[in-house]
Structures are given as C-alpha cells and as structure tokens.
Design a protein around this ligand. Structure first.
Ligand code: RIB
Ligand code: CA
Length: 321
C-alpha cells in the first residue's frame, strides 16, 4: 500500500531532492506540494518547486503556495546556503508547471479534514503553513495519519548553536505543531548529518546522464560549495541532504531508528529561541510527544535515493537551460 504524502517545503536544494525522492519512490504517492517562505521568500520557493517539477516532468502533482512570512517573527532566509534564487547552481528555463489558485493553508485544512486518515504530512521547511492550518482547524490533528518533519536537533543547531533553521525561522509555529498531540516524528540534524552526499554519490548520479541527474548534480555542487564555505564540520566530505531523510522515513521506516521523547520548542530564550529541547528520559515530567530520529542506515538511504532518481528517464527536454 503506497503511503500518500503532502510535502510542505521551501525549495531549497535539499527540498528539491526531497521532491524527487518522493516522486521516485514506489512506496510513496506524492499527493501535493505546498510551499512556504524559508530558505528564500515565498515567491522564490514556489517558483523553485515549479522549476524542479518541470525538469522532472511532474505535471500531475498540484503545487499550492502558502505563508509568505512567519506567524510573529521577522522573516529570516538562507541565501548563504541556497543562493539568491534559493536554488542556485543549475540554469533553469521557464517552468511549464503552474501553481494552484488555492492557498496552501486552505488546501491543507480542506484535504486533511476530508482524507487526513490516509495522509502523511511531511513538512521540510519552517512550520508556518502547518501551524496556520492547525489554528484554523485544530481537528486536523485528530484526522491526520501522522506528521514526519525535517527540523530541530537534540544536540546542536545549525543557524545558531541552539536552533536548527526551520525551527528558528518560526519558533511559534513549531511550538504549535509539536504541541498539537498528533503522531509526530522529528527528523533532526542529528540524523540528517548522517546523509552526506559524498563525491562518490555525486558521481553515480552524474553517470545517469538524464536532465534530472544533471539538475541534481548542479544542485549538489552549489550546495556542497556553500557548506564548505560555511565551515560546518565535515563539510569537506559533502553536504548533508536534510529533507530527503524525512521522505525516506515515510518510504522505508526501517532505514531510520527513532526514540520516543518529549520535545519542547523554545520561544522565549534570549539565546536559545528555536531550540528543540529533547527529553528522552522524562526528566521534565511531560509525556512523550514525538519520535525522534537517531540513526540512519546511510547505505540503504543512498540506495533508495539512487534508485528513485533512476526512475526519471532520459532528457525530458524542458526546464533546464
Ligand atoms: O536546517 C536544514 C533545513 O533548513 C532544511 O529543510 C533546509 O532546506 C532548510 O530549510
Ligand atoms: Ca527545507
């Protein structure tokens, strides 16, 4: 039985690869893509989702644009990692895949209320859309099969020592999502830093010789250079592909070990806003509200990824410059 997912994203290099993994995995049906401001502004993240789907020939998955700014905080973006366009690297032509008129938050509420018991929501950007949907209709928390999100960390952040980018971009939204009581899995940096796109992996992708492989290698080259410039430990081995890990958890739960925990999102800390305070041992006296990812079967992950990328056959002939 294929798992039906809605991917809420802020493309973003790793978001782009998450879209391709979701589409290429036989275990998954990509029902829709919703976009949110994050790595770049909403207009750019939405255009980037259209670009990726155009190159990949994905014309039957609707794209809905959502929140253009966080619930309360000033917007932050990540041009130092993803570039001015949010998807720097490949030269993209004009996308032929469009965007729906309906706002992503309206779409999430409508769809999760109607058929949420069969849908896994996979947010891989700031949680603004998801929190707005919860505020609009709290009952989606009872009707959604589960949430598997990329974000947070139980060791240390990446945008600040305490906070991972998606959580820091909208801590109030994240607190709402972690407090909603739905089945939730957190795929944090502790896990995603095990998913490194090494030179060997990039070479295998390049050897596929398709438009999609050309796009992905272009993305990984730019993304890898950004990581090397950032000075993140281990960046020399290759960039971590964060967002596809959330998709992999849905497709093949056996690839990612998880541990029950209580996770609280800090929203008032002077230095720690956006921190996902993760309590595995019950020392805070709160019941578990999340499964937290700890260990990746990296070989199995890359087998899954490469197999998925192979499903995008020869040159689609559109979308890449
Ligand atoms: O911290 C990594 C996360 O922030 C990823 O989702 C990346 O795309 C950015 O959104
Ligand atoms: Ca993202």
């Amino acid at each position: 039985m294929r798992k039906r997912i809605i991917l809420d994203c802020d493309p973003g290099h790793d978001d782009a690869i998450a879209i391709l993994l979701a589409r290429g995995c036989p275990e998954i049906e990509l029902v829709a893509i919703t976009t949110v401001a994050g790595n770049q502004t909403l207009d750019k993240t939405t255009l980037n989702a259209r670009r990726v789907c155009t190159v990949a020939g994905i014309h039957d998955v609707p794209i809905f644009a959502g929140s253009w700014r966080p619930l309360k905080r000033p917007q932050i973006t990540a041009p130092e990692i993803h570039g001015t366009s949010g998807l720097d690297g490949p030269a993209f032509g004009e996308p032929t895949v469009g965007v729906q008129d309906e706002n992503a938050v309206d779409y999430l509420v409508r769809t999760l209320m109607a058929e949420g018991e069969g849908i896994t929501l996979v947010p891989v950007g700031p949680l603004t859309n998801v929190a707005a949907a919860l505020r609009r209709e709290p009952r989606i928390a009872e009707r959604t099969r589960e949430v598997v999100l990329m974000g947070g960390a139980y060791t240390r952040g990446n945008r600040t020592p305490a906070a991972e980018f998606n959580m820091l971009a909208d801590p109030e939204a994240a607190a709402i999502v972690f407090g909603a009581g739905w089945p939730l899995t957190m795929i944090g940096l502790d896990l995603t830093h095990q998913a490194v796109a090494s030179g060997e992996v990039v070479q295998k992708i390049r050897a596929m010789g398709t438009d999609v492989s050309r796009m992905v290698t272009g993305l990984l080259e730019f993304y890898g250079a950004s990581y090397r410039r950032s000075g993140v430990a281990g960046a020399g081995l290759g960039p971590p592909v964060h967002d596809p890990c959330a998709v992999a958890r849905v497709a093949r739960p056996d690839l990612i070990a998880v541990q029950d925990a209580f996770v609280a999102v800090e929203t008032r800390g002077e230095w720690t806003s956006g921190m996902t305070v993760t309590d595995f041992r019950g020392s805070l006296g709160h019941p578990h509200n999340a499964k937290v990812a700890t260990t990746l079967d990296a070989e199995g992950f890359w087998d899954l990824m490469l197999t998925a990328l192979q499903t995008f056959g020869g040159p689609a002939g559109e979308g890449l410059g």
